[in-house]
Design a protein around this ligand. Structure first.
Ligand code: MG
Length: 356
């Protein structure tokens, strides 16, 4: 698909990989979802089944298998996972750089205000700017005083517009070094953020633990980590306050539930990252429903809501998926939405075709 994929990131390679893995599942009972998943993963540990593109392809396959298994059982997917803790999933709207292409504080405040009026109780803005005009060095990872001031102006305008009770997160997209991450965290303290996201890259848990120890703003990471093993050290070292595995990327629906359950033993909330069509979104909602420590789920389709909605239809005829900043959990068998193949074909990336 053009802008969203169920198995997301690195889409070109994933299409090839899924076609290749298909042969290895022929003859298996698709209802043995975890066995099928484990077979593919263990077989391919020498070809990269630890992270990245391989895991993304495997996550897409796994979600499709869960849909099949739940439909075969005539049950909504969450019922296959031990049932639900909640009927609807609270979303946070990813607001990017706001309404104004230059990312002005006024444009951010306007977008924030509009979404709160629409019913959202949590928002996220990007505050990193790799091309900030005041940068002293385009290649290093240090934020200077002028950059910090731009970040503060943006967050201050949003907090003022939405008041104290709407949850607010900001994303740094893993762009900074440890001293910059700490300075940014300190500057954010007055705004009472729900979290500061990915202040530094994902690879070094020791460095992250340092940032967390020096920050009074909660730190959230995880969209670039894979599998239970990818979260093991992070959790054991208590290097984050909130985790955000991406369900159609980190290993799939069952794997993300296991990661959430591991986080629960450290009393860490689970707030999945997500950039997906309604199909991947709804699959993620079933995991969010089935774990106690769910906090809030990302929703990214603000600027393309019509095409996003058009990818699926709900078998029970219920209207738009996102209402009042929430998604209600469907009771239809499987994931609970069906692809509208006409829209999927219309929006497919040229040259890639559509799995049918
Ligand atoms: Mg992020």
């Amino acid at each position: 698909m053009r802008r969203h994929h169920e198995a997301k990131d690195g889409a070109a390679a994933i299409v090839e990989l899924i076609s290749e893995l298909k042969a290895e599942l022929v003859g298996e009972d698709p209802r043995n979802v975890e066995h099928c998943w484990d077979k593919l993963r263990r077989r391919h540990v020498f070809s990269g089944a630890q992270e990245g593109v391989f895991l993304i392809a495997l996550s897409g396959i796994e979600i499709a298998l869960w849909d099949l298994a739940a439909k075969a059982a005539g049950q909504a997917l969450y019922r296959m996972l031990g049932g639900k803790f909640r009927d609807r999933i609270r979303l946070y709207a990813d607001c990017g750089d706001g309404d104004d292409p230059s990312g002005s504080p006024e444009g951010c405040a306007a977008r924030a205000q509009r979404l709160v009026n629409e019913g959202f109780t949590a928002l996220k803005f990007d505050i990193d700017a790799v091309q900030h005009p005041a940068k002293f060095d385009a290649a290093n990872h240090t934020a200077n005083g002028a950059e910090l001031r731009s970040m503060v102006e943006r967050v201050a305008a949003v907090r003022k517009a939405i008041g104290p009770d709407v949850d607010l997160c900001v994303d740094l997209h893993a762009r900074y070094d440890v001293p910059s991450a700490c300075r940014i965290a300190w500057e954010m303290e007055p705004f009472k953020l729900l979290w500061l996201e990915e202040p530094i890259p994902a690879e070094n848990v020791d460095a992250l633990r340092q940032v967390r120890a020096r920050s009074r703003t909660p730190i959230c990471v995880g969209e670039n980590l894979y599998l239970r093993w990818g979260f093991r050290e992070l959790l054991q070292q208590q290097a984050a306050d909130v985790i955000m595995p991406d369900v159609p990327k980190c290993g799939g629906r069952a794997e993300s539930k296991k990661i959430a359950n591991l986080a629960e033993i450290y009393y860490i909330p689970f707030a999945p990252h997500l950039v997906s069509t309604p199909l991947g979104t709804m699959a993620t909602c079933h995991t969010c429903a089935a774990v106690p420590n769910f906090l809030v789920l990302e929703w990214h389709a603000l600027e393309e809501r019509d095409v996003w909605d058009s990818y699926v239809f709900a078998p029970d005829g219920s209207g738009p998926i996102v209402k009042d900043g929430h998604i209600s959990l469907p009771d239809a068998p499987g994931v609970g939405v069906e692809l509208n193949m006409e829209s999927v074909r219309r929006n497919a990336a040229p040259g890639f075709g559509v799995f049918e």
